[in-house]
Design a protein around this ligand. Sequence first.
Ligand SMILES: NC(=O)c1ccc[n+]([C@@H]2O[C@H](COP(=O)([O-])OP(=O)(O)OC[C@H]3O[C@@H](n4cnc5c(N)ncnc54)[C@H](O)[C@@H]3O)[C@@H](O)[C@H]2O)c1
Length: 358
Amino acid sequence: MKTYKIAAIPGDGIGKEVVAAGLRVLEACSSRDGNFKLDVADFPWGSDYYKAHGVLMPEGGIDELKAFDAIYFGAVGAPDVPDHLTLWGLRLAICQPFDQYANVRPTRILPGIESPLRGVTARDLDWVIVRENSEGEYAGQGGRSHRGLPEEVATEVSIFTRAGVSRIMRFAFQLAQSRPRKLLTVVTKSNAQRHGMVLWDEIAREVANDFPDVIWDKMLVDAMTVRMTLNPGSLDTIVATNLHADILSDLAAALAGSIGIAPTANLNPEGRFPSMFEPIHGSAFDITGKGIANPVGTFWSAVMMLEHLGEASAAARLMRAIERVTADPALHTPDLRGNATTEMVTQAVCAAILGANE
Ligand SMILES: NC(=O)c1ccc[n+]([C@@H]2O[C@H](COP(=O)([O-])OP(=O)(O)OC[C@H]3O[C@@H](n4cnc5c(N)ncnc54)[C@H](O)[C@@H]3O)[C@@H](O)[C@H]2O)c1
């Protein structure tokens, strides 16, 4: 029997609640499947750890994670710790050294869930957003001088490298090619940003030559928000920079019903380092501790983790279980205008996995 080593990092806020739920669902997947086990180690890193130790994760933490097959992450961020410290101290401190350059965010309208867009159904909205996850606007380049003085200056420099843009374009074209519609939209802002974004467009055109069967087009990011809202059926696979895709994927999640259902895979596609799976939402201070966080995004992220580990049939079984549960409005949490709790949804998904009789 195969055993996968999983590092669980629940982090902060509802991250703790949804990862605990996700681990129960994964346990149900392994016991229903019978062909693999999960050996889970829990890491108490995040804002509480920072308040006790002055760092979000210990020195050498990244080396500890190298031994794992995958990382299952919740969220990081606390009301009393600056967000740039928490994000750079934990989530980006893992994504960057592990070169998880492809951030993959599927969005579709699951059974039983209504889009806020009138008349839009699952047939019209089935997207995968590929976010460049290693450079661009979040490369960490920049600085501040003359702090506190009237002449204070801060720079935030976007970095676009030929290597970084080429590999994410290739990844996106391959993903588009593997989907039935073979359709890719390259999001850009090369009208206003005339250096990095023009390189981005040029490389898209070059890489496209190797994928003659993929139909692709280019969209300015501002116009993209309009197209996502008014003509969702015209989109399939989407590739965008770190910042643009960060914003567009929250919009995508909302158009598919709730940010609580949206998953993410942070992939190191070559497998040199562990990849990391997490819901796209944050620690949601407003609902922390209330037991009403929607765990579906974390469960869907577990589907992506099982796929990545090569457990395709367990992944498909979990996705079917999620869809069976979302189909029942009595199992919708308040973000979907229901009254269900995290616990009710978790129990129902576990029961659907264990009772799956395919
Ligand atoms: N990947 C991450 O770790 C990550 C991502 C985004 C934000 N954050 C951090 O989280 C903190 C809060 O950020 P924010 O408020 O901008 O975004 P958020 O995603 O935490 O919350 C936005 C809104 O969506 C709701 N929401 C989010 N997830 C939900 C779920 N599973 N079920 C039901 N409702 C849900 C929240 O209640 C809130 O009203 C900040 O510290 C931020 O830096 C972390």
